[in-house]
Structures are given as structure tokens and as C-alpha cells.
Design a protein. Structure first.
Lengths: 161, 442
């Protein structure tokens, strides 16, 4: 944790990857260590790359928002479908924040990048539907990256970045 | 009320990766994409164990997991609460997952990266639908239940084994829209499957053999479990299996019947046929289409195979009875130069002229028939006398004599204009000879 406070866990390359056409998902857990999970819609990074803010549809998040509020534990996974390149970022100080007016636009940009990445294996309408949302339903989960892991499928998955 | 795993099986095809969330004992969550959540039964799923990763370390310490699944066509989303039970490292489920994983690995360019170490079994605690925008579900290709019904009626009406084999392939084509299919019977003594009928291939491949345990068909037969692959791989390729089988036999002669196959086959499904608790054979279907066969197709073909398996022993028993000998036929003229029929005792292979025809039990049957014809002028035979003849090395149990006669008749029809076998009644048949025969023991 101390390390995370002094240096951003995300270097420039990983920050760029996180903000490119990647699928985003989140996991947390409740006080009894029962995990919760949801697919997320988008992501923001603070200018100093010390704060990751993931956007989710509250109506789809299940127990995750409650778990984040109760425990602050978070794991976020970012994956590029065409290459399977995947990284996971973890933190322990996650909190729920309101979405901001620009978030829907950010989600649109991500969706457009993923349409380019995922067609023709998936149709454009399929990818667009993944990201369809009601802006009023958006909520942000914000945390300090403490650790990051390579998670591209293969024996090297789990290597700390 | 929780949904059953049956209700969300389409989400388990691997077309859209699933999410698996776990939690370490210290409270650190982990989330991972997995290509395969495998259907086990209405209350259980299985995950592939390929590497000792964080997910696996976590579930061994804290079995509670939460999965997030997405329907590959409608995008319907589901959250599944589950708990890890155990790991299987052999058996039907393991083999089925291994084959499917190989297919996914090939499709995603990850061949060699994915290797199945175990099937991790989870009990499903709850399945909840997650709200969200969806796409309309595509119209079903056909009603598989209606296809099973029509096929069951057709198979139930068959009076002998040859028409049962043909009816099975007819039904696959007409009712299931399967264009490439093969039916194989099992030789328990040699532990091999041999093709007795096929549809949709350049050559029929009748008589081609697959060793038990090799390729999609051999593994399905050995495990008595369906093996279904969305994108075929070389690891499970039947061509390779057939060649390896040939090498294992140490065959000195050109006595292999090439295995038929679909170049560029992408979807494959092999279903075992079990009769009275014993492996009787296998149905094999394939397609150029990616993910042509789903869970429902697998269910439907298993039902069809069950009907086939129930019919085989009944029709075999019917042939054990015997009609009165047929009236002496008007014989077609036997003319022209003599044709050499050569028999090699080592594997009972029979060559007509220079061409390989058949081997094994079917080979020894043919050799007996032509000997009786040349030495005694006989052309009328009964299944019963073959079963009692010590020169035909039929395995004691479940001899499959009738299936071998079907195989022999079809090989002759395809390959040998000089000889033919004609069924003349229940348990009786006739050898038709067009040219003088010269017998040679090789």
C-alpha cells in the first residue's frame, strides 16, 4: 500500500491500455468474503494515474456496490478481445461516486474502439448493445491501484506488473 | 426462484467469455475471464483447470465464487453464485472439456497454450437474470424435438440392420439438416470402430477404421460420452487418428480404407451408441460452419443414438431366426477371364485382382463364401452357419455378425463388380458371382 501512495501503480503503457478499446469488469466481496462481480461500461484515470474510476450500470451491479461500500476491496480487469491481452488491477480503498456528465461520452468512445476491435467476429449491434445504458443509471467505483497483474491467458498469467 | 443451468446453457458455449470472481482468504477479490464454463447437469457447472492461477488458489481456500455469463446472441446477462466442490482429472466430463478446450484454443490461436489439467466442478447455488439491453433471439433453425420424433418413428419402422443404418443417416439429413454424417460400429475384440454408412463425403469410407480412444470419435466411444467441438483441431483430427491407427497395426499391405472426411471441417460432434449397456458404435456429424452444433443438438443426437442403440440388438436377434431357404434363383451367367481372389490369413485381408477389398471378420466371411462357391458350388447361405463356422473368428460376445455382413455387402457394392451379396430373407443371403474365381492363399 505504501508503495502505491508514492508511485502510480499504472505506468504510461498500462494506463494507455486501460483507456483503449478494452472490456472492463469489476469484482468485490462482502464481509464474509463472498465475491461479487459485474461487467463495467467504462473507465476514467486521474491525470497522475493514481486513481482509477470504473463506470458501471447500478441496475446491473448486483451486490457489488454494496460490497464496495462495506469493504472497499476491488479488482478490475481490462481485456482487449482481439488479442486477449488482459491486465488486472487491485485496490483496497474503493468507494462509490456519482458519475459525471462526460462519462457517457467516454463510454461511447470505448464502444467505438471495441467495435473496431471485435468486428467481424461480433456484429456492431452486439458490441453497441453491450454498452447501451441509461446515463441516470451510471455510477462510478473509484480506487487507488495498489497492485497490477498480467492476466493474458497462458502460464505467465498472474505475473505482477 | 433460481433458474436452472439448463435455462442458460447457450451462455456456456464459450462464444462470449465468462467472468469468474473469487476471493482470497485475506479478502482480496480476483476477477478473471474464462473461455469455458461447462454444463454438467441442472445444478452443476465445471471450469477448466489449466494453470495453477489465482482463481484456483482462491477456490481451494474459499470455495465461494460468483460468475457472470452472457448469452452469445441476445446478450442476456446472468449472475451465478456457485461453490467449488472437487476436481476431476479423468472420465467423460474431463475428456469432453478437454476436446472442447482444444477447439477453443484452436479458434483463438492459442493451440499449445491451453492444456486441461482438471475439470473443477462447482455446485450452483443461485442463478439471477441481470437487467440490460438485449438483442432479439434468432429464430430457431428447426425444432429439434420434432426432428427427434420424426427420426424415432422412422427408426422404429426399420426391419433390418442395413435399413436402420440408412434410415439414421437419412434422418440426420432430412430432419436435422446435417449434411456430413457417418455411422460406425464397434469391434470389441479389436477395440476399433468401423464405418458402415456415411453421407456427404467424396468417398463413402465404408470399412474405414478408428481405434478406440483416437480422435473425436474414438474418445467419445471410449468415454461413452458425446464429444462436441466448435472449431476442429488437429489434435482431434480423425485423419491423424486414422493414420496413427494404420501405423499401430503394422500393416505391410495396402489394406487401409481411407477415412472419409470434410476438408475444413470446423464443427464436430461424436455421440456413442450404446446397446444393452455395451458400446455398439458411434454417430459422427460435422460441418464447415463454426459452432454448428450446440447443447440442444447434442441432446437430440444422444436421443437418436439411444433409439439406434435400442434397435440394433432387436434387429440382430431377428436375423438370428431364419426363413425357409430361398427358391433356387435363375443364375446370371458366369463368364469372362478368371479373377484372382487372394486371402492373407494373418489379418484375413482379401484382395480381388490387385485391389484391397476388406479384412478382419468381414474378410474371413468373404473367404468362406468364395471357397464354398468354388469348391462346392454353393451360393445360398445363412447367418446361422456363419456364426457356427470355426473358420470365421467371430468374437464370442455380441458378435455383430449382421453389421459385418452389411459392411461386406457395401464394400462389394462399391469396389467389386464381380461379387455381390443379396439378402434373400430373414437370416439368409445369396452370393452372386459374375466371373470365374481363382482362389489364392497369400
Amino acid at each position: 500500500m505504501a508503495e502505491a501512495l508514492t508511485a502510480p501503480a499504472l505506468d504510461e503503457a498500462n494506463a494507455a491500455f486501460v483507456m483503449s478499446g478494452t472490456m472492463v469488469s469489476l469484482a468485490s466481496r462482502n464481509p464474509a468474503n463472498v465475491p461479487s462481480v459485474t461487467r463495467a461500461l467504462g473507465c476514467r484515470l486521474s491525470a497522475d494515474r493514481r486513481r482509477v474510476t470504473v463506470l458501471v450500470a447500478a441496475s446491473q451491479a448486483g451486490a457489488l456496490l454494496e460490497d464496495v461500500a462495506a469493504t472497499g476491496a476491488i479488482a478490475a480487469v481490462f481485456s482487449q478481445p482481439s488479442t486477449h491481452r488482459t491486465i488486472q488491477i487491485k485496490g483496497s480503498d474503493a468507494r462509490i461516486e456519482p458519475a459525471t456528465p462526460g462519462d457517457s461520452q467516454g463510454i461511447e468512445a470505448r464502444a467505438a474502439a471495441l467495435v473496431a476491435d471485435m468486428t467481424p467476429l461480433y456484429t456492431e449491434s452486439f458490441v453497441r448493445t453491450v454498452f447501451a445504458h441509461d446515463p441516470a443509471d451510471l455510477v462510478a467505483v473509484s480506487f487507488t491501484p495498489a497492485t497490477a497483474f498480467e492476466q493474458t491467458p497462458g502460464p505467465q498469467a498472474g505475473r505482477r506488473l | 426462484m433460481t433458474l436452472s443451468v439448463d435455462a442458460i446453457r447457450d451462455c456456456l458455449e464459450g462464444a462470449v467469455p465468462s467472468l469468474v470472481a473469487t476471493c482470497a482468504p485475506d479478502g482480496t477479490p480476483n476477477v478473471s475471464y474464462v473461455s469455458q464454463v461447462h454444463y454438467v447437469d441442472p445444478g452443476h457447472v465445471a471450469l477448466t483447470y489449466q494453470f495453477f492461477n489465482k482463481t484456483r488458489a482462491n477456490v481451494l481456500a474459499n470455495p465461494r465464487t460468483t460468475l457472470f455469463l452472457v448469452h452469445p446472441e441476445t446478450l442476456a446477462r446472468y449472475r451465478v453464485a456457485a461453490t467449488y466442490l472437487r476436481t476431476e482429472t479423468a472420465g467423460p466430463l474431463f475428456e469432453s472439456m478437454k476436446a472442447k478446450l482444444a477447439g477453443i484454443a484452436s479458434h483463438t490461436g492459442m493451440t499449445g497454450v491451453f492444456r486441461l489439467l482438471g475439470a473443477d466442478i462447482y455446485r450452483v447455488l443461485e442463478i439471477a437474470a441481470v437487467p440490460g439491453a438485449q438483442l432479439p433471439a434468432p429464430a430457431p433453425r428447426r425444432s429439434l424435438l420434432a426432428a427427434v420424433r420424426a427420426s424415432a418413428e422412422r427408426l422404429g419402422a426399420c426391419g433390418d440392420l442395413a435399413s436402420l443404418f440408412d434410415a439414421t443417416l437419412d434422418c440426420l439429413e432430412r430432419h436435422f439438416d446435417v449434411r456430413h454424417a457417418m455411422l460406425l460400429m464397434y469391434d470389441g475384440a479389436l477395440e476399433r470402430l468401423y464405418a458402415v454408412a456415411s453421407r456427404g463425403y467424396a468417398s463413402s469410407g465404408v470399412g474405414a477404421e478408428i481405434p478406440l480412444g483416437r480422435g473425436v470419435i474414438g474418445v467419445a466411444a471410449r468415454e461413452r460420452a458425446p464429444i462436441r467441438i466448435a472449431d476442429a483441431t488437429t489434435e482431434y483430427g480423425y485423419g491423424r487418428a486414422a493414420r496413427a491407427g494404420a501405423a499401430a497395426l503394422g500393416a505391410q499391405l495396402e489394406d487401409e480404407i481411407p477415412f472419409p472426411g470434410l476438408p475444413g471441417s470446423r464443427s464436430q460432434l461424436a455421440v456413442p451408441v450404446v446397446a444393452c449397456g455395451r458400446l455398439a458404435g458411434a454417430i459422427y456429424v460435422e460441418s464447415l460452419e463454426y459452432q454448428r452444433f450446440g447443447y440442444d443438438d447434442e441432446d437430440a443426437l444422444v436421443a437418436l443414438a439411444a433409439q439406434l442403440g435400442a434397435s440394433i440388438p432387436l434387429l440382430q436377434a431377428a436375423e438370428a431366426g431364419e426363413d425357409a431357404p430361398a427358391a433356387a434363383p435363375e443364375r446370371a451367367p458366369v463368364e469372362g477371364a478368371a479373377v484372382a481372389v487372394r486371402h492373407y490369413a494373418a489379418n484375413d485381408s482379401v484382395f480381388v485382382g490387385d485391389d484391397y477389398l476388406i479384412k478382419g471378420v468381414a474378410g474371413s466371411i468373404l473367404w468362406k463364401l468364395v471357397r464354398d462357391y468354388v469348391e462346392r458350388g454353393r451360393v445360398e447361405f445363412s447367418n446361422r452357419e456363419l456364426r457356427l463356422d470355426p473358420s470365421i473368428r467371430l468374437p464370442d460376445v455380441s458378435d455383430n455378425l449382421e453389421a459385418r455382413l452389411v459392411l461386406l455387402a457395401r464394400r462389394l457394392e462399391e469396389r467389386c463388380p464381380v461379387l455381390r451379396i443379396e439378402k434373400t430373407g430373414r437370416g439368409r443371403f445369396r452370393l452372386c458371382v459374375r466371373r470365374p474365381l481363382r482362389l489364392v492363399s497369400g
